[in-house]
Design a protein around this ligand. Structure first.
Ligand code: XIL
Length: 329
């Protein structure tokens, strides 16, 4: 059996996919996007290093192409990402003091969000601010990227959200991070941040779980409990970058039927948990991090093992995973 249109199964929330500029130029891939998905995220082309390669000089060429593609096909856009340590231009690193760095950050947010106002429906405003123990990510853990907390202070997050809201009052604003369903310290840090922001009336609409998971981790109990913590804040909950690695150990050399079936069940249990825990009005949607295994950023893992994290194989055929996703809805 094949799934005719994955998004047709979703009631009232977007089903999204990350795409590159060449994905939307490739007819076979863009047809899959149009057929199955109602939202796209730019896998790389809306990141700071692409949008503002040198100071105050913005390059919207590739991202405008994505906006055109989305608008032509009635697809919404989740913007990714305004403030991050990675994939930010080296020149940003050179900002001098709190005031200068705050201006640099705010100028980027303002120009980008204003440029896409009315086109980008929601933004990952801040990405990956916390470490696994719930502390703020400092320069020791930024891989030569920008440690915004050291440049500006802990309130860089609130400042970023306030600036984003001022630039487009109708875009939804998310905090996005990984391992939130894996790690109590990390989800708790995010919940504390969100509660503090709410108490200060700082705008924030949602918590986005990246959801780069494996066949076995985190457990479905951990996932459900973390979703529940996010739901309890009253904000929207989004799964923003879902993919499911099946070969972390590297024992497998090919995607067998056994692995594909296990992956189908894993996709299904995650979608089921989302629908069971997140009430309808708090569902920000579910996005997968790429169309096919061949394009996945995890198609080869750190140890050079092959992997198959997504719902279409390298020949763009549907995998059982998409059935698991559809059945769960
Ligand atoms: C990844 C892209 O998929 C890669 O193509 C790129 O080389 C590095 O970034 N968390 C995020 C995403 O928020 O932006 C990352 O995307 C994956 C992890």
């Amino acid at each position: 059996p094949t799934v005719y249109s994955l998004s047709a199964f979703a009631e009232g929330f977007p089903i999204g996919v990350a795409v590159s500029e060449w994905n939307i130029r490739n007819e076979s891939i863009s047809n899959i996007v149009i057929q199955h998905f109602t939202q796209v995220t730019a896998e790389n082309i809306m990141k700071p290093e692409v949008l503002q390669p040198s100071e105050d000089s913005f390059d919207f060429e590739k991202s405008n192409e994505l906006v055109n593609f989305a608008q032509t096909n009635g697809i919404s856009i989740h913007g990714h990402t305004l403030v991050w340590h990675n994939q930010s231009p080296a020149w940003m690193q050179g900002c001098n003091d709190v005031l200068d760095c705050t201006n640099t950050m705010n100028n980027h947010i303002t120009k980008v969000v204003q440029h896409f106002a009315g086109e980008v429906d929601s933004w990952d405003v801040v990405n990956e601010a916390f470490l696994q123990d719930g502390s703020y990510r400092g320069s020791a853990d930024t891989n030569d990227g920008i440690a915004w907390v050291e440049k500006i202070g802990k309130d860089y997050i609130s400042k970023a959200f306030i600036t984003a809201r001022a630039a487009d009052t109708s875009a939804e604003l998310y905090y996005n991070d990984y391992n939130l369903a894996f790690n109590d310290a990390k989800i708790d840090a995010v919940i504390t941040l969100v509660e503090d922001m709410k108490a200060a009336e700082t705008p924030i609409d949602g918590i986005a779980f990246q959801m780069h998971v494996t066949d076995t981790y985190p457990t479905i109990e951990n996932i459900s409990a973390a979703f529940q913590k996010a739901v309890d804040t009253g904000l929207k909950v989004k799964l923003s970058e879902l993919d499911v690695r099946m070969n972390l150990s590297g024992e497998a050399t090919a995607l067998t039927e056994v692995i594909a079936t296990a992956q189908k069940n894993r996709y299904a249990e995650i979608i089921e948990a989302y629908l069971a825990v997140v009430p309808k009005k708090q569902r920000g949607g579910i996005s997968v991090w790429g169309v096919s295994d061949q394009d996945s950023w995890l198609s080869t893992n750190e140890n050079n093992h092959p992997d198959w994290p997504l719902m279409f194989d390298g020949d763009l055929n549907q995998k059982p995973a998409i059935l698991g996703f559809a059945d769960a809805m």
